[in-house]
Design a protein around this ligand. Structure first.
Ligand SMILES: Cc1cc2nc3c(=O)[nH]c(=O)nc-3n(C[C@H](O)[C@H](O)[C@H](O)COP(=O)(O)OP(=O)(O)OC[C@H]3O[C@@H](n4cnc5c(N)ncnc54)[C@H](O)[C@@H]3O)c2cc1C
Length: 383
């Protein structure tokens, strides 16, 4: 067994860490306070090739693979949790487009998305359906050479900045998940509208709702097979749970490093507080938990690169990892004493940001249901 990162991934990780430390970390809190969208920096990350590890060279990808994509995500999140979003979205959506869209969409969109010029968001959740996604009621009706999309999607990350959306809709409302298909919808289409939420974190990313009132798209914007949108997209998507976890790992690890410096400087009772085991031990526990989860995430991505099924492992990453990381950040805040509670320091923001990952791509309950199904068999599921 070789636990070293491959040399090419190590090199990429080092340069991404420099970028994240110099350009992202100093602005992490600024973007939270202003809610500004860092378009230029996200474009720069695209131009530097950060988003392309999952995609083929035919469309501007680097083909470095899932482990590399995860390592870049984690390094970016150490500087700015929210700037890791395009790794999820631009990286993840380009993968879906490459595997499921027609050549025209692939050629036109993937290079621009990987280059940070255009953004694509993902529309699955609806006001009335989240976990039970098959209960969605957004419709796609055939009309001549077009699909007509009608309905409302909720909780769409980056909705306000997206140039196109991947939208799940039913061609037969009476069918469950077997009636769901995936469509490519540019946001300049007539009948499309959007509005932002006032979230507690992820301020620069902005989540919101997307409404489709008879939005017309060409027939060929159906992605993949009619009625197979769910299984075809989800098969590619276990990776997202690992990337979401690695975003939390990056934020937690950065917090632990900052706290490691602080406890050597801050004094109480005539010595640095780091000399007290009551200070050392919680930080060591936080560090140990985050190390364990990071290693498990990397293993899961390595499995993906080897073509090994990793559905259960991805769910374990998310269900355990996010909790470990939140606890670690909370410990760091606590060890900073009263100043940890101010908005001058980033711990409160890192808590607000990492908590949001609890829901994205399935809550921890859902991850546990997946682990149960994969480990013990479908017969123990309640539906
Ligand atoms: C920061 C953030 C980003 C997001 N980004 C996107 C995005 O880009 N695109 C998108 O489509 N969606 C996105 N989501 C939505 C996310 O996928 C949903 O919130 C999630 O799937 C849960 O759905 P829900 O919120 O409707 O909760 P519900 O499904 O209504 O569930 C409510 C509660 O009941 C629990 N529950 C439901 N069913 C069961 C069960 N069978 N057993 C046990 N517990 C159960 C849930 O765990 C939860 O605690 C995002 C959410 C957040 C917070």
């Amino acid at each position: 067994m070789d636990f070293n990162l491959p040399d090419d991934v190590k090199m990429v990780a080092e340069s991404v860490r420099r970028f994240a430390t110099d350009k992202l970390l100093p602005q992490y809190q600024y973007w939270d306070k202003t809610g500004e969208f860092p378009r230029e920096l996200w474009r720069e990350m695209g131009e530097l090739g950060f988003y392309g590890s999952l995609c083929s060279g035919d469309y501007g990808g680097s083909e470095l693979g899932a482990l590399a994509h995860g390592v870049i995500t984690y390094e970016v999140a150490r500087g700015d949790f929210n700037s890791a979003y395009p790794l999820l979205l631009s990286g993840g959506m380009s993968l879906l487009i490459e595997k499921l869209a027609n050549d025209k969409i692939k050629n036109e969109w993937i290079p621009k998305v990987l280059g940070g010029e255009k953004f694509v968001a993902f529309c699955l959740t609806e006001p009335g359906s989240g976990t039970d996604a098959a209960a969605m009621i957004t419709k796609a009706e055939a009309d001549g050479d077009e699909w007509v999309i009608s309905g409302e999607k909720a909780s769409v990350s980056l909705v306000m900045e997206a140039d196109a959306l991947l939208v799940f809709a039913k061609t037969k409302l009476e069918d469950g998940s077997s009636g769901v298909s995936l469509f490519f919808v540019p946001t300049d289409s007539e009948g499309f509208d959007r509005s932002p939420y006032d979230d507690m974190g992820h301020k620069a990313v902005k989540r919101g709702s997307a409404s489709f009132q008879g939005v017309r798209i060409p027939k060929e914007n159906l992605m993949g097979t009619l009625g197979r949108g769910f299984p075809e997209a989800m098969k590619l998507f276990d990776i997202v749970r690992v990337l979401l976890t690695l975003m939390c790992v990056g934020a937690a690890e950065q917090s632990i490093d900052e706290t490691g410096i602080f406890i050597k400087e801050r004094e109480a009772f005539g010595q640095p507080i780091g000399k007290f085991q009551g200070v050392q031990f919680p930080l060591v526990e936080a560090h140990s938990h985050v190390e364990l989860i990071k290693l498990y995430c990397f293993k899961t991505l390595w499995m993906r690169d080897q073509g090994i099924k990793h559905t259960k492992e991805a769910a374990i990453c998310k269900s355990m990892g996010q909790r470990f990381c939140i606890d670690a950040i909370y410990t760091c805040m606590q060890l900073h004493g009263h100043s940890g509670y101010t908005s001058d320091l980033p711990f409160q923001q890192r808590l607000r940001d990492t908590i949001g990952i609890e829901f994205a791509d399935g809550t921890s309950q859902v991850q546990k249901m997946i682990i149960a199904r994969e480990q013990f068999g479908r017969e123990i599921l309640s539906y």
